[in-house]
Design a protein around this ligand. Structure first.
Ligand SMILES: NC(=O)c1ccc[n+]([C@@H]2O[C@H](COP(=O)([O-])OP(=O)(O)OC[C@H]3O[C@@H](n4cnc5c(N)ncnc54)[C@H](OP(=O)(O)O)[C@@H]3O)[C@@H](O)[C@H]2O)c1
Length: 349
């Protein structure tokens, strides 16, 4: 039994803790909390011990906390860091590295420059085995994870016939539960989006991928608009859709009107956190024009990286074979069942 600590209990940390607590191979030591607010009691009511930074301990005197994060880490094999983007690097330097603890970082960190948390950006579809023996690994962000699920199957099937990928990322402003963040009525430009270098870090730096990004006032998922150019005549949409039929975490919808309708469907189907944990190809938006295929897919920002963290954790802690790790993750996340129900919900009428 390996001991895991979840440091940070926001959109991502909360979900990871909730799913991983049902893993019989893992003991969750507890979660790290930084602000004394109602989420402390939420964590306790879900059965988690709450630990706080030594320096903040006085501000938690009205809560039933278990102890300090520093103490909890002394009893931990691996930390899943769910801290705000950029904070993971400081945590690595100040906490995890000095204590010799393995750690998984989230997509707001970087694998480049002086503040890189790792030299590996993980995408289970592409580089699962590279996480064997690593002590610090970054899980790609939601957009970066989703893009690997689209690009890797294309590369495997079409190889040198592929000339170029152009993607426009339409990003959500905030998550549904981040009620403290407002959603301003504007479309924001995102120059030099990190996603391009992040995806190339696992697909290869010469990958002909060109990304533009904007942020729009919604809390309901991201949408990617992708053009795939071929050297010759592009395949028909039906062939492209066939390619993703059996891909893990990729669903195909024909009648979804928008991202909110997908979250509403997830809620009505009683999925945890209203997450689908996957990307959704909008089949009615796939078209072929000469040498180019145009695709649109939506990406469940909060859900998609949660099973990925679980798969990565198994590679780092147990060096499990790929198929075994996936099968184990499937027992907790039921992705195949979710995909089937959602595809039926949004089937061709
Ligand atoms: N949200 C998404 O859709 C999404 C998707 C993919 C990847 N990510 C990435 O996941 C990471 C976390 O994002 P999030 O959306 O979950 O953020 P979030 O909702 O703002 O939550 C961040 C959490 O980190 C805690 N925290 C603050 N300082 C900390 C520290 N020094 N060490 C550890 N934890 C600390 C906060 O605690 P308090 O609440 O107690 O202050 C809060 O619970 C980021 O790297 C982000 O880019 C996010």
């Amino acid at each position: 039994m390996k001991r895991v600590f979840i440091n940070g209990y926001g959109s991502i940390g909360r979900r990871i803790a909730q799913f991983i607590k049902d893993d019989p191979e893992i003991q969750i030591i507890g979660i790290g909390k930084f602000s004394p607010d109602e989420k402390v009691n939420d964590a306790i009511s879900r059965g988690f011990d709450v630990y706080v930074p030594q320096k903040n301990i006085d501000s938690f005197k009205n809560y039933k906390i278990k102890g300090t994060i520093e103490d909890a880490l002394a009893n931990t094999d691996l930390v899943i860091d769910g801290s705000p983007g950029g904070t993971g690097f400081a945590n690595k330097k100040n906490l995890y590295e000095p204590k010799g603890i393995m750690a998984i970082y989230q997509g707001g960190e970087s694998v480049f420059g002086e503040e890189r948390v790792s030299d590996l950006l993980f995408n289970s579809r592409v580089n699962y085995k590279e996480a064997y023996g690593k002590r610090h690994v970054m899980q790609g962000s939601c957009n970066v994870t989703g893009m690997g699920r689209i690009l890797q199957p294309l590369r495997e099937k079409y190889g040198s016939r592929l000339v170029r990928f152009d993607a426009i990322l339409v990003r959500r402003w905030a998550d549904i539960e981040q009620t403290e963040k407002s959603v301003p009525d504007t479309i924001e430009m995102s120059p030099n989006p990190h996603h391009q270098d992040d995806v190339k870090s696992y697909l290869g730096k010469d990958t002909p991928l060109f990304i533009q990004a904007i942020k729009v006032p919604t809390r309901q998922m991201h949408v990617h608009m992708m053009s795939i150019r071929f050297k010759d005549e592009a395949p028909n949409p039906s062939e492209i859709l066939d390619l993703y039929k059996n891909e893990y975490g990729v669903a195909t919808f024909w009648t979804a009107k928008g991202t909110k309708q997908i979250r509403d469907a997830a809620e009505s189907l009683k999925f945890s956190f209203k997450d689908t944990n996957m990307i959704h190809i909008h089949a009615n938006m796939v078209e072929k024009i000469g040498d180019t295929v145009k695709m649109v897919y939506s990406d469940d920002q909060t859900g998609i990286v949660i099973p990925e963290n679980h798969i990565l954790m198994q590679a780092m802690l147990f060096q499990k074979p790929y198929a075994e790790a996936f099968a184990h993750t499937e027992k907790l996340f039921h992705m195949e069942e979710k995909k089937k129900s959602l595809q039926e919900f949004f089937a061709k009428k």
